[in-house]
Design a protein around this ligand. Structure first.
Ligand code: SF4
Length: 317
C-alpha cells in the first residue's frame, strides 16, 4: 500500500476533504490549483497551508482562452465552459502526473452535486475528455463509481473512500468536523465566468477585440467598461487599486489632475469623437461638484458639467 496523488484544490470544502480522505486511504498527496484572472487561488493557498500539503499553482489562462473560443461541450448558464474547463484542468494535472511521477489525479467532485458538471454522465464525460481513464479518483464518491487503477492495484484502500452523492452538505460538514477542517468558504457557484454580468463584459470583448490579446482578457476583471460609438473600449477604474493597475497598462491614459476621480485606459487607438466622449466619462465620474471651474485632465481641460446619465448607454457592465 502507498501511492502518490495530485489533487485539484480550489480551497472549497470538498477539495479539502478529498485531500484528507486520500491521505486516510494511504496516499501521499500534493495539490494543484489552476490560476486564471477569473479564479483566485488564494483560498487554495490557505487550504494547502492548513492541510500541510505542497501546492502547485499553474497558469491556466491560455487554456481557458482556447475554450472560450469554442468549448466542445458548450457553455453553462453564462460564459462558463465548465465541462471542458474541468476536463482541461484534469488533463493538465495528468501531464503533471506523468512528468512528476504521481499514480493518479484526484478531484473533490461529488456525484449529483451540480446538475450540469457533476451528474453521473458528466463525470464519465470529463474522465474520457481528460484522457485519464482509470487514473482519475473522486474519493468522495468513489464507492459509487468504477474502481480506478490505483484501487485495483491495492495502492489506494477503496474501503476508506466514500459514497457521497447529491446536493445535501450534511455529510461533508460532519466529515470536516471529524477531520479537523474548520476553515472553508461557503459553497460558491464557480469562477467569474459563471456570472451573467461578467459574461456580458466578456462577450463585448469577443465581439470587438477578440480573445487573442491576453492582456485585454486579463483586464476584463478590472474596472467599468464602456463601448463608444466608433468602437473604442474605455476602462474606468472604480477605486485606487484599479486606477493604479490601469496606470501601468499600455494605451492612452486619461485622469483628472485637479479633482479626485477615476483613471481611464483606452487600450487601442481611437477616433477623435470617441476620445472626446472618453474625456467626458472621466469628467462625469470625477468629483467636479467640489469645483467651480473646469475639470483639468492630464490630456487637457473638460468644461463642466457632465452627467453620468449621458454615458449610461455606452456602459457594458
Ligand atoms: S466554474 Fe470556472 S473554473 Fe470552474 S470549471 Fe467552470 S469555468 Fe472552469
Amino acid at each position: 500500500m502507498g501511492c502518490r496523488g495530485l489533487s485539484l484544490l480550489s480551497g472549497g470544502l470538498d477539495s479539502q476533504l478529498a485531500v484528507r480522505v486520500l491521505q486516510r486511504a494511504g496516499a501521499d498527496v500534493e495539490a494543484v490549483c489552476f490560476s486564471t484572472p477569473f479564479f483566485d487561488c488564494s483560498a487554495a493557498k490557505r487550504a494547502a497551508d492548513a492541510l500541510g500539503v505542497r501546492l502547485h499553482i499553474v497558469d491556466f489562462l491560455d487554456d481557458e482562452i482556447a475554450l472560450l473560443k469554442g468549448p466542445p461541450h458548450g457553455f453553462g448558464s453564462a460564459m462558463n465552459p465548465c465541462i471542458d474547463c474541468h476536463a482541461a484542468m484534469i488533463r493538465r494535472a495528468g501531464e503533471m502526473m506523468a512528468r512528476l511521477g504521481y499514480d493518479f489525479v484526484a478531484t473533490g467532485e461529488v456525484r449529483g452535486q451540480r446538475p450540469m458538471s457533476q451528474n453521473a454522465q458528466a463525470l464519465v464525460t470529463v474522465e474520457k475528455a481528460s484522457g485519464l481513464e482509470g487514473r482519475l479518483v473522486r474519493p468522495l464518491s468513489a464507492k459509487l463509481l468504477e474502481p480506478t487503477i490505483p484501487e485495483k492495484e491495492g495502492l489506494l484502500a477503496r474501503d476508506m473512500l466514500l459514497d457521497f452523492s447529491g446536493r445535501a452538505r450534511d455529510r461533508q460538514i460532519a466529515l470536516a468536523a471529524e477531520l479537523g477542517i474548520t476553515e472553508y468558504p461557503s459553497p460558491a457557484g464557480g469562477c467569474k465566468l459563471t456570472e451573467a454580468g461578467f459574461g456580458r463584459k466578456l462577450r463585448d470583448l469577443i465581439e470587438h477585440e477578440g480573445l487573442d490579446d491576453r492582456r485585454l482578457v486579463e483586464l476584463t476583471v478590472v474596472a467599468r467598461r464602456f463601448r463608444l460609438p466608433d468602437g473604442t473600449s474605455v476602462l474606468l477604474g472604480r477605486d485606487a487599486r484599479e486606477n493604479a493597475i490601469l496606470q501601468g497598462e499600455r494605451g492612452t491614459i486619461v485622469a483628472p489632475v485637479n479633482v479626485p476621480g477615476p483613471t481611464a485606459l483606452l487600450p487601442r487607438v481611437c477616433s477623435d469623437a470617441d476620445f472626446e466622449l472618453a474625456k467626458g466619462i472621466v469628467c462625469a465620474y470625477s468629483r467636479f461638484d467640489r469645483l467651480n471651474g473646469d475639470v483639468v485632465l492630464n490630456v487637457g481641460q473638460v468644461p463642466r458639467p457632465y452627467d453620468r446619465e449621458m454615458f449610461r448607454s455606452f456602459q457594458v457592465c
